[in-house]
Design a binder for this molecule. Structure first.
Ligand code: COA
Length: 580
């Protein structure tokens, strides 16, 4: 073991843990936050090639290697010399790729996560821990971000404690045991996923698209061109000839099935060169949709029934809940503008509290990088998008008739985190991960009035470390440094209940007028010290250089992000073993 290990780390039996992962995705980030909270020393190596993995293990000399999200096998030299724990998104005994995809396709009522030790047999190693959860009828990406992340966090923390104990013997996989229900399965193919629009029911279509959501999508044909389908939801009222596109609304198109219809929010064109990426369906099919009727939906409508809507408002007593469930948390110019309009309409009503509740999977991840990449001038579209975002943030900051709450049910990143700081109170679900920084996107400076909003809440040293370190933080850490007011509840339903209680309590507080007055006074005094417009102008001067200046870093980073170009090397702020 390396000599530099501190005495207290020895005494507490803290470990040096190397993460070996395809990308620093939401699960990896959550495990990183949880294990760092326990005091373990962590370093990350992206799975680039065997030589890089080998070098990382030599430099870091880890006690344990964890692979939260891998697409390749761990090299034999590594698993023979280190205990390597693989996080497999399947129940005990399940082996092979596309585990969650199959579980959704087979309509399993229960699924799970298994932490097993890497050996020569893919997913066949000894078992260190496992967890099960009830399945929801939901998109794979949503199940992954909620149930799988939660179960994996439990299982990994258990496995690490068992490893620390030094006495635990992992259990060999034994298919003769009645509790081992999983089986080896083949990789799922597009032919397994294909939709027969003349035969499949709405539920079957939804299940197929859900099972492929996030990646890779269901390959289908639209206007004689191949597209991958994503982001589906049910339509309860519209019907038409099965397979035809019968309506459009904002970003989505509605396609008739044999017994109803489904909306599809996102498409990815399949091109031989492979240089395509997900776009809003109405953008991807723009020229073909001229004759398709636009069926608008009023965010304030109280009509019930399943349909597609990305912004909607609910009122209960004196509290208004503004939902904005944008796919992947990305907000394009039009979405920012629509959300601002809905927000302003809410402020004109007689409600006392506005809860900005985001979507169930994400609160917000900032400007829409895919739509920017697709634009004729990405620089111009970046400029429009950030200004629309700023207009929204401005509307929230200057609200003087209501108190506002940002309620983060899901994760937030970059401008999305700073947008949440525009509210008067910020609460997050306990397992939420925040990425309060812009720098990883090609040294983007960022706007959303962050230079005003962040120092209002965090100390100067925290401002510096948050923006420079580019690391994710958990809700607990965010609360500890004052970035958010509090965090609670793992379960989304419990979170929403508690938020409703807080909002109602604020709304009926006899001191409500005084609280509102205090807020207005603070705003006036802040404005006198430095007008909001000055913050905005300063930030946008930097952004102008990012978008239009000589340094193309932002455009290069966005291109890599949108096209999912694999990393050629692990960023040094993650691969800490290089700084030793
Ligand atoms: N614009 C467009 N798409 C975005 C996005 C954005 N701002 N932020 C995330 N996404 C997409 C990702 O491309 C990915 O797409 P996929 O469904 O095709 O895989 C999906 O959202 C999930 O993102 P992923 O990176 O897998 O999620 P994560 O939870 O693991 O990581 C972030 C979250 C926020 C760290 C990461 O998505 C990120 O860095 N986003 C960019 C933030 C940013 O720089 N915004 C612009 C400045 S305001």
């Amino acid at each position: 073991m390396a000599q530099w290990r501190t005495t207290s780390a020895y005494l507490l039996n803290l470990l040096k843990i190397l993460f070996l992962t395809h990308s620093f995705n939401s699960l990896t980030q959550r495990l990183f936050v949880e294990l760092a909270r326990c005091g373990h020393e962590l370093s990350i190596e992206l799975d680039i090639n065997d030589a890089v993995t080998q070098q990382a293990a030599e430099l870091f000399q880890p006690d344990l290697i964890i692979a939260p999200f891998l697409k390749r096998a761990i090299p034999e030299t590594i698993w023979r010399s280190h205990v390597c724990l693989i996080v497999h998104p399947g129940i005990t005994g399940d082996r092979g790729p596309s585990a969650l995809d199959w579980a959704i396709m087979h309509d399993c009522h229960e699924w799970g996560v298994t932490v097993l030790q890497a050996n020569a047999e893919m997913d066949g190693g000894d078992i260190w821990a496992s967890e099960v959860f009830p399945m929801r009828f939901a998109r794979k990406s949503s199940l992954y971000r909620h149930e799988v992340v939660e179960a994996a966090t439990h299982a990994v923390l258990t496995a690490v404690m068992r490893f620390q104990s030094g006495t635990f013997k992992p259990v060999p996989l034994d298919y003769s045991r009645p509790d081992v229900q999983g089986r080896l399965h083949a990789p799922i193919r597009q032919i397994d996923r294909s939709i027969d629009w003349q035969q499949d029911s709405t539920l079957t279509v939804l299940r197929k698209i859900h099972a492929a959501d996030g990646f890779p999508g269901v390959l289908d044909t639209l206007f004689d061109e191949p597209y991958y389908l994503f982001d589906a939801c049910m339509e309860e009222h519209l019907t038409g000839k099965p397979g035809t596109i019968i309506a459009k609304r904002n970003n989505a198109i509605c396609r008739a099935t044999t017994d109803g219809a489904v909306w599809m929010g996102h498409l990815k064109h399949r091109s031989p060169a492979g240089l395509t990426f997900k776009l809003a369906s109405t953008l991807a099919l723009k020229d073909h949709l001229i004759k398709v009727p636009e069926i608008p939906s009023d965010p304030f409508s109280t009509e019930s029934g399943n349909t597609y809507r990305d912004i909607w408002f609910e009122r209960k007593n004196d509290v208004g809940y503004l939902h904005f469930a944008f796919y992947n948390g990305a907000m394009d110019t039009a979405q920012c503008e629509r959300l601002r309009e809905a927000y302003l309409q809410a402020t004109r009503s007689d409600i006392r509290v506005i809860v900005l509740i985001g979507g169930p999977d994400f609160w917000c991840n900032g400007i829409h990088l895919n739509h920017i990449e697709h634009a004729a001038s990405p620089a111009d579209e970046s400029w429009r998008n950030i200004n629309a975002m700023n207009d929204l943030a401005h509307a929230i900051i200057t609200t003087d008739r209501q108190l506002t709450i940002a309620a983060l049910q899901g994760n937030a990143g970059a401008g999305g985190v700073f947008l949440s700081l525009a509210a008067d109170y910020i609460f997050a679900r306990a397992s939420v991960i925040l990425n309060p920084h812009y720098k990883s996107m090609g040294n983007l400076y960022g706007s959303e009035y962050w230079t005003y909003l962040l120092p209002r809440r965090a100390s100067a040293s925290h401002v510096t470390s948050l923006t420079r370190n580019r690391l994710p933080i958990g809700a607990q850490e965010a609360r500890n440094i004052g970035l958010i007011d509090d965090y609670f509840a793992l379960n989304p339903a419990d979170f929403r209940r508690k938020i409703a209680l807080i909002a109602e309590t604020i709304a009926i507080n006899p001191d409500f007028p005084a609280l509102l007055q205090k807020k207005a006074q603070q705003r006036r005094s802040d404005e006198q010290q430095k007008p909001l417009q000055s913050y905005r102008d300063e930030e946008l001067r930097h952004m102008q250089l990012n978008f239009y200046g000589f340094d193309p870093s932002y455009h290069v980073a966005r291109y890599h992000f949108v096209h999912k170009i694999p990393h050629g090397w692990t960023p040094r702020y993650l691969a800490r073993h290089h700084s030793r």
